[in-house]
Design a protein around this ligand. Structure first.
Ligand SMILES: Cc1cc2nc3c(=O)[nH]c(=O)nc-3n(C[C@H](O)[C@H](O)[C@H](O)COP(=O)(O)OP(=O)(O)OC[C@H]3O[C@@H](n4cnc5c(N)ncnc54)[C@H](O)[C@@H]3O)c2cc1C
Length: 490
């Protein structure tokens, strides 16, 4: 049984019940009361609950949950790959989650549940620096897993002046740091950005993404924070949610809210303080393949689902106005497919090339291939959206403001003037509305930004991959030829 399932309620309804826990979510200058019924959240929360309910579906459950050492069932994102087959079990489960939202939602499939699993796997490797680290992460992992909790993260200092260290931002507590320690834990003050989905998650991993210097020691923290922690405020961006399911099929169901976290002297209990003022340990946690690999796996599976969706929409747009016969249109549609197939190939290779890590006893995906997929994704997705624009021209703006026009006095004219090459007018307008959600809506713009940045500043993630790549075998080959007077003839 999944944790709590003996209560007779479903996974989704338990998720909704948990939201009424005193969390402080701010939107439009007001504290959000009853988030699950608030118009800017209820569509998304209903979707998340529906997706969580898949775990209780007798047909899908065997692919989405596994049995833990205590005999309970847990979400597959928490499965520790002790056999190579576990990698594929995780992958199949991620695909089901991702397909449920066409890859549009990034925090339901388990990226950060996977991140917690990663931290758990690496727990003993870091034991030497902090004897409590291992126990704390093991307890936290079991707690989150056994309660089927939803997890997100927040990594950056507020974007005030990026030339400055955390310690130089003006005001001691602009970036998050400890105010004082008590018997129960640490009191922290300061802000963190940006926590996707946090208003309706259970837990947030709060920790800097970038390496901290010795001057920034007070800011080198890794905290596991409950969303309803007293003193924590979540300040939401403008909502892009809609209640109009017919005309805004994605915004009405999948607006993953983003929020800045403001800690106003919040108490973080000791058991949730994983790293305290230790830049070296923090970087070790962040930079080992063990420390991040299981979460990234879900992100790449989700990217596959999203590219499949965009490729399908592109194909339909081209069909709907009969432009597929043009060579340049085929070329653009092929580009969408190449993107998809490249990421799929990298994912498959990373899974098949997984190796048993002797130190942790766990199978790890090939991190170079996964990083390549991640880095290509932040260039592919904006280009995929550009292709949808190029395939549509002004057609996207030809769509009437609402599908209700078809039921109004001009319905017959619309049937005549809005029809497609291969489909009726109403069907075509529905397609245009769906495409607009990806290309031109607020939700679409947010998604482009998400894919560019969610995994870090692409400039620096590319540079880091170059620096860490083992280039020596390539260089050796050239050197060998440069130093020898003759070329080998085979
Ligand atoms: C929609 C969305 C959702 C997100 N969700 C999450 C989340 O759930 N959790 C989370 O932790 N993060 C999340 N992020 C944040 C993401 O991690 C960051 O956007 C990313 O790491 C880049 O950091 P930044 O946005 O602060 O940009 P900055 O680092 O401020 O960069 C802005 C610009 O300045 C340049 N720049 C800044 N500093 C330097 C430097 N030192 N050297 C060179 N160039 C520099 C960058 O190249 C870039 O052009 C999300 C981001 C987006 C857009």
């Amino acid at each position: 049984m999944l944790a709590g399932s003996n209560t007779g309620t479903s996974s989704g309804s338990r998720f909704i019940q948990r939201l009424n826990d005193g969390r402080k979510v701010w939107l439009d200058g007001k504290l959000v009361e009853h988030i699950a019924s608030h118009p800017d959240f209820r569509g998304t929360i209903k979707s998340v609950a529906g997706i969580l309910d898949l775990q209780d579906d007798p047909v899908l459950a065997p692919q989405l949950v596994y049995e833990t050492e205590t005999g309970a069932r847990a979400n597959m994102a928490f499965l520790i790959p002790e056999q190579k087959e576990d990698i594929f079990r995780r992958s199949r489960s991620f695909k089901i989650w991702s397909d449920a939202t066409f890859g549009v939602m990034s925090r339901v499939g388990g990226t950060y549940r996977g991140q917690v699993a990663s931290l758990y796997v690496g727990r003993d490797l870091l034991q030497s620096r902090d004897p409590y680290y291992s126990i704390k992460i093991a307890n936290y992992y079991r707690y989150v897993r056994d309660h089927d909790l939803m997890v997100t993260s927040a990594g950056h200092d507020p974007q005030i002046d990026r030339t400055k260290l955390s310690s130089e931002l003006g005001g001691l507590y602009t970036a998050l740091r400890i105010v004082r320690e008590t018997e129960d834990g640490i009191i922290v003050r300061g802000a963190k950005m940006l926590a996707t989905g946090s208003p309706y998650m259970d837990e947030i991993i709060v920790s800097p993404l970038a390496k901290k210097t010795s001057e920034e020691k007070p800011y080198a923290l890794l905290l596991m924070v409950a969303v309803n922690t007293p003193g924590l405020h979540l300040i939401c961006r403008e909502s892009f949610a809609s209640e109009d399911e017919e005309n805004q099929p994605l915004s009405s169901r999948f607006d993953e809210m983003d929020a800045v976290l403001v800690f106003d002297d919040a108490l973080i209990p000791w058991e949730r303080v994983l790293v305290k003022e230790d830049p070296e340990l923090l970087w070790k946690v962040r930079s080992t393949a063990v420390g991040s690999g299981l979460g990234l796996h879900e992100s790449i599976v989700r990217l596959v689902s999203k590219l499949e969706f965009v490729a399908a929409v592109g194909n339909e747009l081209a069909d709907s106005i009969g432009i597929k016969k043009f060579a340049h249109v085929k070329e653009k549609l092929a580009e969408l497919l190449y993107q998809l197939e490249s990421i799929k190939a990298l994912l498959l290779s990373a899974e098949h090339e997984a190796k048993l890590d002797d130190a942790s006893g766990v199978w790890l995906l090939d991190s170079g291939l996964m990083t390549t997929a991640k880095n290509l994704g932040n260039r592919y997705y904006p280009r995929a959206i550009e292709i949808l624009q190029q395939l549509s021209g002004a057609g996207l703006l030809q769509a009437p403001s609402t599908l209700a026009e078809f039921r109004g006095p001009l319905g017959l004219q619309l049937q005549a003037y809005y029809r497609g090459a291969d489909r009726g007018a109403e069907e075509r307008v529905k397609l245009l509305k769906l495409a607009w959600e990806l290309v031109g809506s607020q939700l679409g713009a947010r998604h482009e930004l998400y894919e560019r940045y969610y995994a870090g500043d692409p400039i620096r993630t590319y540079a880091r991959q170059y620096v860490e790549y083992n280039k020596q075998p390539l260089i050796d080959k050239v050197q060998e030829h440069l130093l020898s007077s003759t070329f080998h003839h085979y």
